[in-house]
Design a binder for this molecule. Structure first.
Ligand code: SF4
Ligand code: SF4
Length: 389
């Protein structure tokens, strides 16, 4: 501990918070709430290590950590990194050339928050009360994030616009009765064509290592004591390849076969959840590392956007199209759409082109099979709503 830190012990926690915030896409304010969250997980020694070793670089080899931690012995760094990996703060997996790389994870998207709530069993030393306390702190931090974003709305939205898409929507393939959803080439202008897995089965088939964990969004709501009503399995958060090996080895998820993964995806589709794939480096040309299956009301990415906390930046490959002759105006698509893109007007469904993320949930549930999907790769950007003061 430095002299300054001895005089003001809070500096250790603020110094740890800085690289953790920088590691993720959400611009959390470095508030007392954030440091209170860190104190629930970390010892002071671990916080000091993060603040010092990861101050300048998020991913490092052991050789680099020996230098950046300024004087810590390799065995101590090794022990500390292993403890931090178990807590969800460090991703420690070998690179393609076999060198172990230690990557500091953010608080959220994807990091400590997700790895806390997706596990079968709570983290070591956590009881139900501690999980509830943490959930309340995360909720408070979300309110602070919303206030800081709303307070500097124009500037923050301009920054959001420069960020790559967080995820890619992978369209559903079948209707509720098991018929194929009609998918056609868009007659309109088609964006850059990228060779990309068209459905979740194709993604699953790429990998031997597949992990599945619980839906952290729903279990977070449960810890907050909030209601949620969804007839879907809990184990819907998939990871693949290196990400799967990490979460399985740390006990955040369990290994599943391709067959079991596909069977879970089928249940997910019947529950009206949206497949969202995450790619390495947030680049859809790179391989997928995970798939979240998101409920329109209970998934944090939809919920945070509606709450004015984040923008929705999504890569969509398709767009919904309504056959007016078949549409009866029943309103099912409007009630099922996760982003409010399907609206019934004058007895017919209309699709808001700039909002639709092409998930196919409307087509899955339309009782008249009046909705098809057209291929139209593009980034869908929706700013957070500007909230009334
Ligand atoms: S669910 Fe189908 S029939 Fe009902 S309003 Fe939407 S498009 Fe029309
Ligand atoms: S209209 Fe809504 S439910 Fe239908 S594909 Fe677009 S985003 Fe999905």
């Amino acid at each position: 501990m430095t002299e300054a830190e001895a005089e003001n012990p809070e500096r250790v926690w603020l110094k740890a918070a800085t690289p953790i915030i920088a590691a993720g896409p959400l611009p959390y304010p470095p508030s007392e709430t954030l440091t209170s969250i860190l104190k629930e997980y970390l010892t002071e020694v671990e916080a000091a290590f993060i603040g010092k070793a990861f101050k300048l670089k998020q991913s490092q080899t052991m050789e680099q950590l020996v230098k950046s931690s300024k004087g810590m012995a390799e065995a101590d760094i090794q022990r500390t990194c292993e403890a931090l990996a178990r807590k969800g703060f460090i991703f420690n997996q070998p690179s393609s050339s076999g060198v172990m790389v230690y990557r500091l994870l953010p608080l959220e998207v994807v990091g400590v928050f997700e790895y806390t709530f997706m596990r079968e069993k709570p983290p070591e030393g956590f009881d139900e009360e501690k999980l509830k306390r943490l959930a309340r702190l995360y909720e408070k931090l979300g309110t602070e994030l919303r206030d800081s974003i709303q307070g500097a709305y124009d500037n923050v939205v301009a920054v959001f616009k420069t960020q790559p898409p967080v995820d890619r929507t992978v369209p559903l393939q079948k209707t509720e009765e098991g018929k194929e959803i009609a998918i056609e080439q868009s007659a309109g202008e088609v964006g850059e064509k990228i060779l990309i897995a068209k459905n979740v089965e194709e993604i699953i088939d790429k990998f031997d290592d597949i992990g599945v964990g619980n839906c952290f969004c729903r279990l977070y709501r449960k810890a907050l004591g909030k209601e949620y009503d969804v007839d879907a399995p809990y184990d819907v958060c998939f990871t693949f390849g290196k990400s799967a090996r990490h979460v399985i080895s740390q006990g955040f998820a369990r290994k599943v076969s391709k067959e079991e993964a596909k069977a879970i995806m089928k249940k997910v589709e019947d529950a009206g959840l949206v497949h969202k794939a995450f790619h390495n480096k947030s680049d859809v040309k790179e391989i997928e590392n995970s798939i979240c299956n998101c409920h329109k009301d209970y998934c944090n990415t939809f919920d945070y956007w509606r709450a004015g906390m984040i923008a929705m930046v999504n890569y969509a490959t398709h767009i919904a199209k309504v056959n007016d002759d078949a549409c009866t105006g029943c309103g099912t698509c409007e009630s099922k759409c996760p982003v409010g893109a399907a609206i019934v007007d004058d007895g017919k469904a209309k699709i808001m082109q700039d909002v639709c993320i092409g998930c196919g949930v409307c087509a899955h549930f339309c009782p008249e099979n009046a909705i098809s999907l057209s291929e139209k790769p593009r980034v869908v950007f929706q700013p957070p709503p500007r909230l009334a003061k």
